[in-house]
Design a protein around this ligand. Structure first.
Ligand SMILES: Cc1ncc(COP(=O)(O)O)c(C=O)c1O
Length: 505
C-alpha cells in the first residue's frame, strides 16, 4: 500500500487480501486510515473517484462507496459536491488519540539501508559503542569452552553433517536448561537453530504466508522488521510503552486484520529492557485463542535477569499450544557460537524442522556438541550469576549517569537484558543527535531503527552490557553534551523564526 503522485494526480496502491475474513471495504478503510495518519496522504489531497478506485481494485462501486462513507463519518475525508473527495483539511482529534493499529506500507528503503549503514558508523575504533546488544566479552568462559570444544572433537559425529533437528546431547541439555525458565519440554520437542535470528526466520517461513498480517510490539527488534518486510508481509505495530503492551490496540488489530502471527519479546525486551506483567501475558494468550494467531515468544534475554527471577514465559501457560518459544546462547554465553533453539507443539514441529533444513541443513555439529559438553561439565549457573551481577552494575551506572547528566529525557529501568530506552525531549532531531554523539565519540542506536514506520518522537537505545562502567558514564556525559548543544540550536532557530515574522524596527 502506498501513495505516490504522478503528473499531479495522487495514485494509491492498495493491496487487498481477498481470502481474508476482513471485509474488503474494511480493508480499504484501514489502509487509507494508515496513509492519512502517517502523512503519506496530506490534508487536502484529492482521492481517486469511487469509479476509478473500484476499477483499479476490481471491486464494485458499492464497496468503495461504503469505505468512503465510513472514512467520511470518521472525519478523515470530505466530499465536495461536483469536485470530488479529499483528505480532510483538519486532522480529526481521534487520529492522534486513537491507538488504532496501522497497516503500514512496505518498509521504506531508508530503513533497511541508511539505518543499517548508520550502525556501521559506530564501528569506528576508539568510539564508546553503546550500539549493540552484545554480552561483555570478558564474560566469555574461554578456558571452559576450549575444553568443551576439545572434548567435542572426540565425538565421531562432530565433523559430519549431524542431525537436522539438532544433536541429541545438546537437545537434552537445552531441555534441562529450560526448566530454569519454568518450561518442562522433552528433548524431542526442541529444534536447534543457528541463533535466535534463524529461529525467527524459520517460524515466519513455516507458519506464515505471503500476504499475512504479522503483529509485533512497537518498538521491536529491528531484524524482525527487516525479515517481515523482506518477505513482503504487512507488519502492524502494537504500541509498547510504560504500561506494557497496549492490549486495546492489540485487540483492535486482531479484529481488523486477523493476523497470522504475533512476535513478542515479553521478557527484558529489546530495546526497552522491560517485561510484560503476568496479567498482560495471560491477556495476550486469551487473544491468541480467540483470534487464532500464533505467538512467537522470543526469550533471548530470559536468563539475564538483573534483580529477582525473570517472569515465567508465556509458553509456561500455553494450554492452547499457540506459542512457539525461542531462545539462544548468544546473550547468555557467546554470540559467536551461533546456537539457539525453538520449542513448539508436536503438530508444528515437522514444518519448522523442514524450514530449518531448507535454510542451512543443520547448525554446526561441532559447536552443538561443544556447548552440550560445556553445559554438562561446567558451571553455567555460576557463569550466569557473574554475568547478571556485571550487567546489574552496568545498568545501575547507566541509570545513575542518565539521572546526573541527561536533561529533559525519560528512560526505562530494565530489570534484565542488555539495553535501555531513552525518550528524548520533543523537538529533538534524532538523526542530528545521533551524528553529533558520534562526532563526540559515542555510538548509540536511533529509536527509528525499532519501528516499521517513521516516528514523530525521538528515541535512543543504549546498550550497557559490553562497556566497562567508566566508559558508560563517559558515554552518557558526552551524549548529554550533544543533546544540550542540540537543544540550544533548537532554541536559537526558534528565536530566529520568531524574528523573521516580527517587523524590523
Ligand atoms: C530480541 C532479539 N532476538 C533475536 C536476536 C538474534 O540473536 P541470535 O544472535 O541468537 O541470532 C537478537 C540479537 O540482538 C535480539 O535482540
Amino acid at each position: 500500500m502506498k501513495a505516490t503522485r504522478a503528473g499531479g494526480q495522487t495514485m494509491i496502491q492498495i493491496v487487498l487480501e481477498r481470502e481474508s475474513d476482513v471485509p474488503l471495504y474494511r480493508q480499504i478503510v484501514a489502509r487509507l486510515h494508515a496513509l492519512i495518519r502517517d502523512g503519506a496522504l496530506a490534508p487536502g489531497t484529492r482521492l481517486p473517484t469511487i469509479r476509478q478506485l473500484a476499477q483499479e481494485l476490481r471491486l464494485t462501486r458499492l464497496t468503495v462507496h461504503t469505505a468512503y462513507t465510513e472514512l467520511q463519518a470518521q472525519g478523515l475525508i470530505e466530499s465536495v459536491v461536483g469536485r470530488g473527495t479529499y483528505v480532510a483539511a483538519t486532522r480529526p482529534a481521534s487520529l492522534a488519540a486513537n491507538p488504532a493499529p496501522h497497516m503500514p506500507a512496505m518498509l521504506p528503503v531508508w530503513h533497511a539501508r541508511d539505518l543499517l549503514s548508520e550502525v556501521a558508523l559506530s564501528e569506528r575504533p576508539g568510539l564508546i559503542a553503546l550500539t549493540h546488544a552484545i554480552p561483555a566479552p570478558e564474560t566469555y568462559p574461554l578456558r571452559e569452552l576450549r575444553r568443551a570444544f576439545a572434548a567435542a572433537l572426540a565425538h565421531p559425529e562432530a565433523l559430519t553433517y549431524g542431525t537436522a533437528q539438532g544433536e541429541p546431547p545438546l537437545r537434552e541439555q537445552i531441555s534441562r536448561l529450560l526448566l530454569e525458565r519454568g518450561l518442562a519440554v522433552p528433548p524431542e520437542l526442541v529444534l536447534v537453530t543457528s541463533g535466535a535470528q534463524q529461529a525467527i526466520a524459520v517460524a515466519l517461513r513455516a507458519l506464515t504466508r505471503r500476504g499475512d498480517v504479522i503483529l509485533a510490539e512497537a518498538p521491536t527488534y529491528p531484524r524482525f522488521i527487516e525479515l517481515v518486510t523482506r518477505r513482503g508481509q504487512q507488519l502492524v505495530g502494537i504500541p509498547r510503552g510504560a504500561q506494557g503492551l497496549d492490549l486495546e490496540a492489540l485487540e483492535a488489530a486482531c479484529a481488523t486484520y486477523r493476523p497470522r502471527l504475533l512476535y513478542l519479546v515479553p521478557t527484558f525486551h529489546n530495546p526497552t529492557g522491560t517485561s510484560l506483567g503476568v496479567q498482560q501475558r495471560a491477556a495476550v494468550l486469551r487473544l491468541a485463542a480467540t483470534y487464532g494467531f500464533v505467538i512467537v515468544e522470543d526469550d533471548i534475554y530470559g536468563l539475564l535477569a538483573h534483580d529477582g527471577p525473570a517472569p515465567p514465559p508465556l509458553k509456561a501457560s500455553d494450554e492452547g499450544e499457540r506459542v512457539v518459544y525461542l531462545t539462544s546462547f548468544s546473550k547468555a554465553l557467546a554470540p559467536g557460537l551461533r546456537l539457539g533453539a525453538l520449542v513448539a507443539a508436536p503438530h508444528l514441529l515437522p514444518d519448522l524442522a523442514e524450514a530449518k533444513q531448507a535454510a542451512d541443513l543443520v547448525s554446526s555439529p561441532i559447536a552443538q556438541l561443544a556447548v552440550a559438553e560445556y553445559l554438562r561439565r561446567e558451571s553455567f549457573g555460576a557463569h550466569l550469576q557473574r554475568a547478571r551481577e556485571l550487567y546489574r552494575e552496568r545498568r545501575d551506572i547507566a541509570l545513575a549517569a542518565l539521572d546526573r547528566y541527561l536533561p529533559g529525557c525519560t528512560w526505562t529501568h530494565p530489570e534484565g537484558g542488555l539495553s535501555l530506552w531513552v525518550t528524548l525531549p520533543e523537538g529533538v532531531n534524532e538523526r542530528d543527535l545521533f551524528l553529533d554523539a558520534l562526532d563526540r565519540g559515542v555510538g548509540v542506536t536511533r529509536g527509528q531503527a525499532f519501528f516499521a514506520q517513521p516516528q514523530a518522537r525521538a528515541y535512543l537505545r543504549l546498550c550497557f552490557g559490553a562497556q566497562p562502567p567508566a566508559q558508560i558514564e563517559e558515554a552518557v556525559r558526552l551524549l548529554a553534551e550533544a543533546l544540550r548543544a542540540q537543544l540550544r540550536r533548537a532554541t536559537v532557530s526558534a528565536l530566529h523564526a520568531g524574528r523573521a515574522v516580527s517587523p524590523l524596527v
